[in-house]
Design a binder for this molecule. Structure first.
Ligand code: PEP
Ligand code: MN
Length: 363
């Protein structure tokens, strides 16, 4: 895919590993003072782009659904006063047209819009021939293909200034965070589209400001390309997402606490040590594969033997014993039970698959 990095969007933004790309501003534009004051108070904190929701897709009717077009000049004014580019969410071609007409610099497609290919296509069609950056949030459901599909629709409209935003995935019961990060999904997105920059939105993952720091730090530890953090002059009285927004002061504290990480170094001591560790890991991975191969060989022999003796592949009691046995050993090997459970389930699934092939083969 033909994708330009954020530094090449022509907006004078030059993120680095030491200073990742940062978007901040209120969840929603509520009043002109609230937008302008929030933005002017955060502008000096290393914020690259200001945000404010103009149209708000809300889960239930009756909630505040955004000021709409009347709030666009407020965001533009905040941009003028601070000299920063501004961005807002668009959910329809009309939103996109109005945002662009008013001078919004970057658009983003929200999680509730990314789920709908018709809606994304309609926005993509309306952007044909327009040179504006578009950021695409993940769909609310953990469906990587849908996320990639939305990115492709925007790219096929000729847009090259594209980034993705990871804002977590909704589940029925929210154990801790409002949206589950499922970090493996944005990681897989980066593997699939390696030239795509991915920004993390800790605010919508967290749902509560107490969790923002740990999520933002984890995103930096995983080498995300930037952060989107909601801020508000008086978050407690915000008209949307009150619990997850932070004051400009709290944003500053949070940013100061974050540790940025390098991808590489030319420190020879580090390089020697890491190479030694990696040789050990490679060796252990080879041994693990060797053991798995030996295990599967026995599994196939058992499969043949069961077939000859006309015995079912699965004996549930034996499987429960194997599983239980592995789980019991987890702690003494310093492995988490979840991890051991995943591994033994995967091994067992493959064993059944191997024996099924043997059973079905004409003898
Ligand atoms: C937002 O950024 O305010 C927003 C509505 O986010 P999401 O689409 O991630 O829910
Ligand atoms: Mn929000």
């Amino acid at each position: 895919m033909n994708i330009l990095n954020i530094k090449d969007w022509g907006l004078g933004i030059h993120p680095s590993k030491e200073k990742p790309f940062l978007i901040s501003g209120p969840c929603s534009a509520e009043t002109e003072e609230q937008v302008v004051q929030t933005c002017t108070q955060i502008a000096h904190l290393g914020v690259d782009v200001l945000r404010a929701g103009i149209w708000k897709p809300r889960t239930r009717p009756g909630s505040f659904e955004g000021i709409g077009i009347k709030a666009l000049p407020w965001l533009i004014e905040a941009g003028k006063q601070t000299g920063k580019p501004v961005c807002c969410e668009v959910a329809t071609p009309q939103h996109a047209e109005e945002a662009i007409q008013h001078g919004v610099d970057i658009l983003w497609i929200g999680a509730r819009t990314t789920v709908n290919p018709f809606a994304v296509q309609a926005i993509a069609d309306s952007l044909k021939g327009i040179d504006i950056p578009v950021m695409i949030k993940n769909p609310v459901n953990p469906d990587l293909e849908l996320w990639i599909g939305a990115i492709e629709r925007i790219a096929q409209a000729g847009i090259t200034k594209i980034a993705a935003i990871h804002r977590g995935f909704s589940v029925y019961n929210t154990p801790k965070y409002r949206n589950q990060p499922q970090w493996e999904i944005p990681i897989e997105l980066r593997r699939r589209i390696s030239n795509l920059e991915v920004i993390c939105d800790p605010s919508h993952i967290a749902g509560e400001r107490a969790f923002l720091y740990e999520i933002a730090q984890h995103a930096l530890d995983l080498d995300f390309d930037g952060l989107m953090l909601e801020s508000h002059i008086t978050p407690d009285t915000a008209w949307s997402d009150a619990k997850q927004q932070v004051t400009p002061q709290d944003l500053e504290t949070l940013l100061n606490q974050l540790i940025t990480r390098q991808l590489d170094t030319d420190n020879l001591d580090y390089l020697n040590k890491i190479n030694q560790f990696r040789a050990l890991i490679d060796n252990l991975d080879t041994q693990t594969l060797h053991l798995l191969s030996e295990r599967m060989e026995i599994v196939r022999q058992i499969g043949l033997y069961k077939k000859e003796s006309n015995i079912a592949i699965l004996q549930i009691d034996r499987w429960l014993d194997v599983r239980e046995g592995a789980l019991k050993k987890a702690t003494s090997y310093h492995l988490s039970e979840d991890f051991v459970e995943d591994i033994i389930n995967t091994i067992h699934k493959e064993s059944i698959r191997q024996q099924t092939t043997i059973m079905r083969k004409d003898s």
